[in-house]
Design a protein. Structure first.
Length: 652
């Protein structure tokens, strides 16, 4: 029967390269008399040889594209070859089913005890009732049986295969297959980022469980003809992946029509490969499936320049000496994808001067990763980032930073907001001794030191509601220099954005400073022998002539300041903070530039890094204004954010 089946498959798949592995679903086997040729696809999977993968589905999961839940049970998947044709077989069986009838229940296989061992007999053409001798296992179907070393009770359930670790192998058509339990660390691999020459590309990996991976990068031999304005490829553009091992033992792969380029977590395409598709092969080890995916777009031509290239050059020219008390720090609002509604028409977009293609997170992320790599190579040790999308951080930023020996502490904003702030640091120089974040509304409500803020807010129901409903947080991360023992108490925030609510920003900044100062003082008191310094970075959404800057730099804001005119019902009070702060990054003309001829925008300085007991010894200049307005405003083809980073060297 297998000879007949193999001949049938050969006829159906004759136009398909031999190294393409068709997947045989058990439901397809039951319902169809033949297996159709797999359609072209942008992702594929390669199973290890002589392995049976077993894993449990214990909690029903609702499928996104189907309004029903997946079943619980034991999953089995393996690859076998017959007459030089490889096949993948996969199935799922309910845990409680007896082992002796598990496969027959769903697919009407014939199962026979032979020498006290269990044999699963798969009848692919069951509907035609081709079996005459039901006990014959030499010609009919695929036989799966326990090896002679395994002893198992006849009443055992299918879950025994997963739970009984003494069962190490199965015999499939008399060939020994080693059982690999929970051997599916990855759910899927895609290449969603737009590959851009000289920028950085990474795969999007959805993990079932975290595991180290090795990525192998390929570039298609032929160039694509594809418009850069396409959101996604059309059906005519869809390419297929034909993946095989060129040497399984050495973990070497072959992709038909593709040339191997690089092995590593990320890939920087060469300009000579512009116009070609990128493919990645992700390997998690000899016992696990290997995944491959093709990029949605071909490699873009290299950018003529990136907005921050001059700042990188400044950092490289102004080399840090060996003084361990000097630290290079940076603050950067990286523009969350959350706030870009790209479903609108171009002229209705907030950044209507910037083409949609250049606003998409999949275009901006490779440029941002290159920026981070360049600044890290230029000895920036600590970054304060705002508007960090949680998914973007998980899929790209955090894995990328780890390859550079940098660590990221991210804190989510309050409520359902899926972005936050992150402190990124050189983990060869610092280690985290504390990391937490606090919702400002909670701090005002619960901490006695903020009783004056409560009184001010209670005088106006509108302002009180506005303050309490903001998702704004203060992130506090304490870093210890692993060599000198110096402790840096780092604060990071992103204040409310509305220019009509400057008084709300003042109260938010005051809440942040008080919490930060409290923890700073407690740390100094608990370890008086240690040098302790405070650094506070963020997007304060307030210009240097505003009340926030005045309060933080002067320690004091009077009750008759014009900022309280934002709400005429407010009963203002004098505000005093414990200690004034030094603005370490100065006040450039602007750090946010969204002005355009089509739409009213903003130009001004909103981002700062403040410090206590630290001295700013150098401030990096802003990018050339001509570069900022080259494409009207920010963001742009060469700038992944509407903000510019601010950088300084400080002496502790």
């Amino acid at each position: 029967m297998l000879k007949y089946l193999a001949g049938l498959f050969k006829g159906l798949l004759k136009r398909q390269p031999a190294n393409q592995v068709p997947t045989i679903s058990w439901k397809d086997i039951l319902k169809e008399e033949s297996v159709p040729r797999p359609q072209s696809k942008r992702r594929t999977m390669l199973l290890p040889s002589n392995r049976v993968l077993l894993w449990k589905t214990e909690d029903p999961l609702k499928e996104k594209d189907k309004k029903k839940q997946s079943q619980t049970g034991l999953n089995m998947m393996f690859k076998f070859t017959y007459d030089d044709i490889p096949y993948i077989v996969k199935t799922q069986k309910a845990f409680e089913l007896p082992l002796s009838v598990a496969l027959s229940k769903a697919c009407a296989e014939y199962i026979y005890p032979v020498n006290s061992k269990i044999i699963f007999q798969i009848s692919v053409l069951m509907k035609k009732k081709v079996f005459k001798d039901k006990a014959d296992t030499s010609e009919n179907g695929i036989s799966i049986k326990l090896d002679s070393q395994s002893e198992i009770d006849d009443t055992a359930s299918i879950s025994t295969l997963a739970d009984n670790l003494e069962i190490e192998t199965l015999l499939i058509n008399e060939a020994e297959f080693r059982i690999v339990r929970n051997g599916i660390p990855i759910s899927s691999v895609t290449l969603a980022l737009t590959p851009i020459a000289n920028q950085y590309c990474m795969p999007t990996i959805v993990f079932n469980k975290k595991k180290s991976v090795q990525s192998h990068w390929f570039v298609k031999t032929e160039k694509q003809k594809e418009s850069s304005e396409k959101i996604a490829p059309t059906k005519k553009d869809v390419d297929s992946l034909y993946l095989s091992f060129s040497n399984e033992e050495r973990r070497e792969y072959s992709l038909e029509g593709y040339s191997f380029k690089h092995k590593g977590e990320y890939f920087s395409p060469d300009p000579t490969d512009s116009g070609r598709l990128v493919a990645v092969v992700v390997d998690t080890g000899v016992d696990n499936p290997v995944y491959a995916a093709i990029s949605s777009r071909p490699i873009n031509e290299p950018l003529e320049d990136v907005i921050t290239d001059d700042q990188v050059k400044w950092c490289r020219v102004n080399k840090l000496n060996k003084d361990k008390d000097v630290v290079r720090i940076m603050c950067y609002n990286i523009l969350a994808d959350l706030y870009l509604n790209l479903n609108l028409e171009q002229n209705e977009l907030f950044f209507n001067y910037c083409p949609k293609a250049n606003q998409r997170v999949f275009y901006r992320t490779p440029i941002f990763l290159k920026q981070m790599k360049d600044f890290i190579d230029s000895k920036v040790s600590i970054f304060f980032l705002q508007e960090v999308d949680l998914r973007r951080h998980e899929n790209y930023i955090d894995p990328f930073l780890k390859t550079l020996n940098y660590s990221s502490e991210i804190s989510k904003k309050g409520g359902q907001i899926s972005e936050g702030v992150a402190v990124v640091f050189d983990q060869t120089r610092y280690r985290t001794i504390y990391s937490d974040s606090f919702l400002l509304a909670d701090l005002v409500e619960k901490e006695e030191v903020n009783s004056d803020i409560r009184r001010i807010l209670e005088s106006s129901a509108e302002s009180e509601t506005r303050f309490k409903t903001r998702p704004t947080i203060i992130q506090i991360v304490m870093l210890e220099d692993v060599e000198t023992g110096v402790i840096l108490v780092c604060g990071n925030t992103h204040l409310h954005h509305n220019p009509k609510d400057e008084h709300i920003k003042v109260l938010q900044a005051l809440t942040c400073v008080r919490k930060l100062m409290k923890m700073f003082n407690e740390k100094k008191e608990s370890e008086p022998e240690r040098k302790c310094r405070l650094i506070f970075g963020g997007d304060f959404n307030s210009t240097p002539d505003g009340a926030v800057f005045q309060m933080m730099s002067n320690r004091f804001l009077p009750n008759d300041h014009k900022v309280w005119e934002c709400d005429e019902k407010i009963d203002a009070e004098d505000i005093l903070i414990e200690k004034k702060m030094s603005c370490l990054t100065g006040t450039p003309e602007y750090t946010n530039y969204t002005a355009s001829s089509q739409k009213e925008g903003f130009v001004g300085c909103l981002d700062y890094i403040w410090g206590i007991d630290v001295e700013s010894i150098r401030i990096c200049p802003s990018p050339d204004h001509k570069k900022v307005i080259k494409y009207t405003a920010l963001p742009s083809r060469i700038s992944p954010s509407d903000h510019l980073p601010i950088i300084c060297d400080i002496k502790l």
